[in-house]
Design a protein around this ligand. Structure first.
Ligand code: SF4
Ligand code: SF4
Length: 430
């Protein structure tokens, strides 16, 4: 267990793991327990329990490092239930860095011997190995065809068990839809080149977005470089109490993307939010990577606006759900709406945020199905009332979660990334 020594002056935990207990004390003490964050917290709004609020979780973390509390099942549950939406952080008058605090708190659970759940560990392995993921997606396609989910019911694996959830609901892309990237060894003088961060989940479960992104960027004259050495952004590890692996990933990605001044394009706001923290996570090269980040929707919107380019007509209504991670001001939150409003014929409507978060939160939509579905319910209701043709989501986890909830509808709207609509619109123009 960590000795309660003073934190290194000027360093955050993201930068140095040396004295996490001291860092927790420093930043948790900023909380004056005013409770102004409570009505904004999705998990508190859901159940109205103090332990499910930001203030409650901060007290639990303080109790853990002060040895007043043990890492009991109840403490673990409250800390793990947090979706990491960071709405609390954005409304806190005392500027408590809650995001850092909850990551530190979960790391304290691991220090105290509370391991990640089996489901979380399995999903973590899947997100790291493309070969293993490829094999498992193949097995899953076969299991779907054989309706193994019905068989699983006999063994008590119902639709809310994480495995039942994967078997019955997880969107599995068609076998021939794999994303085929190109690594460009060197830029030629005059080349307009961008680099693409693919993200592990997008690459396995949403290759269409990556293919459409490449298609659109090439269509407007950019070469798309996809460094082969890139790895997972580290978000799952960072938020699951494993900052060491997250820092390793940050260091590897910082090397993979180098120090050229080419923009780094992201397609998932969840990855982008973690990549934006690389200045702290990877002291060498991390700042360069964070500084070059741009979401594909912001990049294309800026380009179209500067070049005064027109898009092709698309009929229908597109409702936009804005993920919590896309609300980060660094990532230009309104870019999806601005971009889609450029498409002639498209009726663009922005959805509310329901209870503040759709509940997808990394792998919560699989491992904490009950909470995730309850958080998504008001959003799904609003989608139903809006009668859209398209539901537009710029984060793969949220898209998978909302898509799986809509999949039981008789005639569900298509759930897709904004760039996929732009790809179709450009194709119409040609
Ligand atoms: S986190 Fe901020 S808003 Fe919430 S109780 Fe503490 S000081 Fe108040
Ligand atoms: S991050 Fe979101 S879910 Fe977690 S305590 Fe803050 S507001 Fe609540």
């Amino acid at each position: 267990m960590d000795a309660p020594t003073a934190a290194e002056p000027g360093l955050t935990f993201r930068e140095s793991p040396q004295n996490p207990a001291a860092r927790i004390r420093d930043i948790a003490d900023l909380c004056v327990k005013c409770g102004l964050c409570l009505p904004h917290c999705p998990t508190y709004r859901l159940v109205g329990i103090e332990g499910e609020s930001p203030r409650g979780r901060i007290s639990l973390i303080q109790g853990l490092v002060g040895e007043a509390l043990t890492a009991s099942d109840r403490v673990v549950e409250h800390l793990e239930n947090c979706t990491g939406c960071l709405t609390c952080q954005s409304v806190c008058p005392a500027k408590v860095p809650y995001g850092e605090l909850i990551d530190l708190g979960r790391a304290q659970l691991r220090v105290r011997g509370r391991r990640r759940s089996t489901s979380t560990r399995i999903l973590g392995v899947l997100s790291r190995s493309r070969v293993v993921t490829g094999i498992l997606l193949g097995l899953l396609r076969i299991a779907r065809r054989l309706r193994v989910d019905r068989l699983a019911l006999l063994f008590g694996i119902g639709p809310n068990h994480w495995l039942g959830r994967v078997l019955a609901h997880l969107h599995i892309p068609a076998r021939n839809s794999a994303f085929r990237p190109t690594e460009i060894a060197s830029a030629q003088p005059g080349d307009r080149q961008v680099m693409l961060f693919t993200g592990c989940v997008s690459r396995s479960l949403d290759p269409a977005t990556l293919t459409d992104t490449t298609r659109v960027l090439e269509r407007i004259g950019f070469r798309v470089n996809v460094p082969r050495a890139q790895v997972c952004c580290g978000a799952l590890d960072l938020h699951d109490g494993d900052p060491v692996t997250a820092r390793n990933n940050a260091a590897r990605n910082s090397v993979a993307f180098g120090t050229l001044d080419q923009p780094i394009i992201t397609v998932a706001s969840g990855c982008a939010a973690t990549l934006a923290e690389y200045a702290q996570l990877a002291p060498v090269g991390g700042e360069s990577l964070s500084g070059r980040l741009t979401s594909v929707e912001a990049f294309i919107e800026e380009y179209l606006s500067a070049e005064e380019q027109e898009l092709g007509t698309l009929d229908g209504r597109a409702v936009i759900f804005e993920p919590c991670t896309a609300r980060n001001p660094r990532l230009r939150p309104s870019a999806s709406r601005k971009l889609l409003e450029r498409v002639p014929g498209l009726d663009v409507v922005e959805l509310g945020t329901g209870l503040g978060c759709c509940g997808a939160s990394g792998h919560h939509f699989i491992t904490r199905a009950g909470q995730a579905d309850a958080l998504a319910a008001p959003i799904v209701q609003e989608i139903a009332e809006s009668t859209p043709d398209y539901v537009v989501v710029s984060n793969v986890g949220c898209a998978l979660h909302i898509g799986s909830l809509l999949s039981s509808w008789a005639d569900p709207p298509e759930v897709l990334h904004p760039i996929s609509l732009i790809a179709r619109s450009l194709a119409r123009r040609d």
